[in-house]
Ligand binder design. Structure first.
Ligand code: ADP
Ligand code: MG
Length: 315
């Protein structure tokens, strides 16, 4: 869907914000770009919709060079969600959401219908919120509107730059959960920037870890946890001694019929992290044994979420 081929961004002062970046982002995946501050995440994101021009290499969207797209087409067909203050303060919620559909000259009836649909989608009652101003919403609600606005004209690609990082932990967790649910239904290609590993683990189908404008490692959450390519990844991922860490999976167990569990590997309710990660590389689900009894199953998403929550707790 989005391909970076030897992409670099060099500023006039000689700084390489991004250096020989190669990545293929697949259709329908949520790709997380993560890395320390200044590692080039925002620059990488903004080069996709040409908010920042690249200086070397090229980026293709659906096999077409971004330079060959009409700039409006490119901006309107790529949703963009920023950390904060992205809503127009003097426009009501409905006007904020309608920006791109209006530029695309949708019919008013169609726009109205879409606004209701989007507000429902992000969990805000249209009757209550359509006519409000952004200042009359909480931070979390404003970010929801930011997401709704980015989705408004149904773009196939969404770019999100630390969209939840200014929120309190509870709102952040709620918006992350909702994004996961939403993505199950809409299956957009999402590029999501964060500097928070617990968020990356929770949301990412794949994670691309950047440092100094380059890629250190790209892989699934399990791959980064289990096969970090070097100490930088190991430290960033924060699981130094995966083989020694134990995970308690009792809270995650879902009940299942005995037949469903017939061919699943069995793990105890307290398992070394490493073991569970390697089993989850090969199996969608595992059966859990507690006190000599098979109590149910656990799945990949449950484990990743638990890990992510544990890391949140360690901060
Ligand atoms: P991140 O989003 O990962 O924090 P950025 O993409 O914003 O990183 O920045 C990457 C690097 O590019 C940083 O070292 C930053 O200082 C540098 N940079 C950003 N904008 C400019 C600019 N206009 N001129 C020179 N260097 C810049
Ligand atoms: Mg940034």
């Amino acid at each position: 869907m989005i391909s970076f081929e030897n992409v670099s961004k060099k500023y006039d002062d000689g700084t390489y914000a991004v250096n020989t970046f190669n990545l293929h982002i697949k259709e329908g995946e949520l790709l997380v770009l993560i890395g320390p501050s200044g590692s080039g995440k925002t620059t990488t994101l903004k080069m996709i919709n040409r908010l920042i021009p690249l200086t070397e290499g090229y980026i293709k969207i659906k096999d077409k060079m971004i330079s060959d797209y009409d700039i409006h087409e490119l901006r309107w067909d790529i949703g963009y969600v920023l950390q904060q203050i992205a809503l127009f303060p003097h426009m009501t919620i409905e006007e904020n959401i309608a920006v791109v559909p209006e530029m695309k000259k949708w019919e008013q009836k169609e726009i109205d219908h879409r606004i209701d649909e989007l507000l429902h989608m992000v969990g805000l009652e249209p009757k209550t919120y359509r006519k409000r101003l952004p200042s009359e919403l909480s931070g979390g609600q404003q970010q929801r509107i930011g997401v709704a606005r980015a989705l408004a004209a149904n773009p196939p690609i969404i770019l999100m730059d630390e969209p939840f990082s200014a929120l309190d932990p509870l709102s952040r967790e709620k918006l992350q959960d909702d994004l996961i649910e939403l993505q199950k239904n809409i299956r957009k290609t999402i590029v999501f920037v964060t500097h928070d590993m617990s968020e990356a683990l929770k949301l990412g189908d794949r994670i691309c870890l950047m440092r100094n404008g380059g890629i250190v490692q790209t892989g699934t959450p399990e791959e980064l946890l289990q096969q970090p390519v070097n100490d930088f990844v190991r430290e960033f991922v924060g699981v130094d001694h995966a083989e020694e860490r134990m995970v308690d999976v009792r809270g995650l167990v879902k009940s299942a019929n005995p037949e469903e569990m017939d061919n699943l590997p069995i793990v105890p309710s307290r398992v070394p992290l490493n073991e569970i990660l390697s089993l989850l590389g090969e199996h969608e689900q595992l059966a859990v044994q507690d006190m000599d009894e098979i109590v149910g199953t656990i799945d990949r998403q449950g484990i990743i979420r638990t890990l992510s929550r544990q890391m949140e707790g360690m901060k």
